[in-house]
Design a protein around this ligand. Structure first.
Ligand code: ZN
Length: 186
C-alpha cells in the first residue's frame, strides 16, 4: 500500500528533510523516514522534489512530494522571511532546544574534537529559533494559537503559551546566538 502525500510547500531542501524526520510511518509508527530514491521534476510552473522509499521495519511504501517555493536560502537557514508551511513553531522550538542541549555553554568547556559538531548544533538551534520568531505576526507580541498545526506543537503551546511570546523568543534566540558567536571565534 502506498501513502501518497498532500501537496507540501517547502522553502528549502533542509526544510524538506526536517519535515520527513518528523513524520512517523503510517504502517508501524516508527519515527522519521529514510528515502531510497529522490528526484526533482518540473511540473508546469512548479519544481517538485519527490522522495520515495519503503519502511525498513514494516515495508510500507512511502512517498513525499514537495513543491519548492521561493529562493533556497543559504544554510543553515531553513527558509526566507516567511514562516514555514510544513513545520509548526512548537516543533521548531523543540528542535532548537534539542540542538542547544548538545552544546557546552562555552567552547572552553567543549572537548576540542567536538567543537565543530557543537558549532553546527548551536547554528541549527539559532536557525530553528529564527523560524519560531517568523510566526509572530508584524505588530503582535506572540505566536497566535492557530499557528500550531501539529499535535506535538499544540501540546507544547498548551503547556506554557508564554514561551511563544516575542520577548521570550527573542531572549532565547539572543542567548543561543551569543553561544554561536563564541564558537565561531573559538
Ligand atoms: Zn513502518
Amino acid at each position: 500500500m502506498t501513502y501518497r502525500g498532500l501537496v507540501l510547500l517547502s522553502r528549502s531542501t533542509e526544510e524538506s528533510h526536517l519535515y520527513m524526520d518528523l513524520q512517523a510511518c503510517p504502517g508501524c509508527g516508527i519515527d522519521g523516514f529514510e528515502w531510497d530514491s529522490h528526484s526533482t521534476q518540473v511540473r508546469g510552473e512548479d519544481l517538485v522534489s519527490v522522495y520515495q522509499g519503503s519502511c525498513p521495519d514494516c515495508g510500507t511504501a512511502r512517498e513525499f512530494e514537495f513543491v519548492l517555493i521561493g529562493q533556497e536560502p543559504p544554510p543553515p537557514a531553513l527558509g526566507g522571511p516567511e514562516p514555514s508551511r510544513l513545520i509548526d513553531p512548537g516543533q521548531f522550538l523543540s528542535l532548537a532546544r534539542e540542538a542547544a542541549a548538545l552544546v557546552p555553554a562555552s567552547p572552553a568547556l567543549c572537548p576540542p574534537d567536538q567543537v565543530a559538531d557543537a558549532r553546527e548544533a548551536i547554528a541549527v538551534a539559532v536557525a530553528a529559533m529564527d523560524e519560531v520568531g517568523k510566526f509572530v505576526p508584524a505588530g503582535a507580541d506572540a505566536v497566535p494559537a492557530a499557528a500550531f498545526t501539529s499535535e506535538a506543537g499544540r501540546a507544547l503551546y498548551g503547556a506554557d503559551p508564554t514561551q511563544f511570546r516575542r520577548r521570550r523568543i527573542d531572549a532565547v534566540t539572543a542567548s543561543y546566538r551569543e553561544v554561536l558567536t563564541a564558537y565561531q571565534i573559538a
